[in-house]
Ligand binder design. Structure first.
Ligand SMILES: Nc1ncnc2c1ncn2[C@@H]1O[C@H](COP(=O)(O)OP(=O)(O)OP(=O)(O)O)[C@@H](O)[C@H]1O
Ligand SMILES: [Mg+2]
Length: 327
């Protein structure tokens, strides 16, 4: 049996009458990236804070490597590290100074602290910026330094709370590479995110949470096959051909085709399969070939992964963003 890094059952945390975490059941196997996907206010940070022993649960159970987060908080703390959504390095110190300071606080002697800091700065592409003040770092550099700080001592479990929110695509890719390195060294990572694409690329398993509860769980492939692997967006040369294109796409893909407000545009969900994108791409290209055969001119098309909104539409019949309006 695989060891569980995290096991919760019926975990609850309320703020007043708001049940931020409302009966959360999670089983996170050790050694993987586990993605927790959910919109703003779903309860991700609250759950992470309880698991990292920073917040006391109101009900239910939570164990980290078998240790109860309430009764054995010290044992849990000895094995975890947290990079918060709102990070904690000191703006008025350089990257090097931050890492050395934190390493000293963790009990490393000065030469060892400097060695470890240098090694991490190098691994995270921050050597050149080592002596620059953190307040002059870009968002991506800052995020990489946060992760470096949280793995000064290699933790058995690392919580990364939305580590790429607000980053540009290049910085996001760098953070993804770092996460892959961390996991390759044996650390289990609990990654919260609002991006299906991110969870899909990194995570071995994903839990989708909403209103403090798990509403879907499984491998990315399973999840995508339950919600559709993506959507194909097509733009025609001639609006008059749209009814015919709608009929052909619908028949080829076996799904409903949405007619967009733009009279030449159509969107269709592409059903998935366990082995993911290739199947979706194949289906989409076969459908496009049908259009070509019927003499319908396609000016532009794209195949995209479903967005968080599409995931939520498929799982709950409402987009994730509606939650904000209701709240
Ligand atoms: N300290 C607090 N006091 C009162 N309410 C809180 C507190 N922390 C969180 N909440 C509420 O609990 C709910 C869950 O918040 P949480 O921060 O866990 O969500 P999240 O999934 O991390 O969202 P985001 O993606 O925006 O970070 C929200 O309704 C939030 O307003
Ligand atoms: Mg949060």
């Amino acid at each position: 049996m695989t060891e569980l890094a995290i096991e919760t059952s019926g975990l609850v945390k309320s703020f007043g009458d708001n049940r931020a975490v409302d009966g959360l059941d999670l089983s996170v196997p050790a050694g993987i990236v586990y993605g927790v996907l959910g919109p703003n206010g779903a309860g991700k940070t609250t759950a992470v804070r309880m698991l990292a022993t920073l917040l006391r649960p109101d009900g239910g159970q939570a164990r980290v490597f078998g240790h109860d987060v309430r009764r054995e908080a010290d044992a849990v703390r000895a094995r975890v590290s947290l990079t918060g959504q709102y990070a904690s390095v000191d703006e008025d110190l350089s990257g090097m100074e931050n890492l050395v300071l934190l390493a000293r606080l963790l009990g490393h002697r000065k030469p060892a602290a400097r060695d470890r800091a240098r090694e991490l700065l190098e691994a995270f592409g921050l050597t050149e910026a080592a002596d620059r003040l953190v307040k002059n770092y870009s968002g991506g550099m800052r995020r990489r330094l946060d992760i470096a700080a949280s793995i000064l001592n290699t933790p058995d479990l690392l919580f990364l709370d939305e580590p790429t929110t607000g980053l540009d695509p290049r910085s996001r890719n760098q953070v993804w590479d770092i996460i892959r390195i961390v996991v390759a060294h044996g650390t289990t990572v609990l990654l919260t995110t609002q991006y299906l694409e991110e969870a899909d690329r990194l995570a071995g398993r994903i839990a989708v949470i909403d209103h403090g509860k798990v509403i879907a769980e499984g491998t990315p492939g399973r999840l995508k096959s339950s919600i559709g692997a993506g959507a194909v967006h097509v733009r025609l040369r001639d609006a008059a051909q749209r009814p015919e294109a709608e009929r052909l796409l619908s028949a080829a893909l076996g799904t409903h085709v949405y007619l967009e407000a733009d009279p030449v545009a159509l969107t269709a969900r592409v059903a998935g399969a366990d082995n993911g994108e290739r199947v979706a791409a194949e289906q989409a290209s076969l459908a496009l070939a049908e259009l070509a055969r019927a003499g319908i001119v396609v000016d532009d098309f794209s195949l995209g992964q479903p967005s968080l909104d599409e995931v939520f539409l498929a799982l709950t019949d409402r987009p994730a963003s509606e939650k904000e309006i209701a709240a």
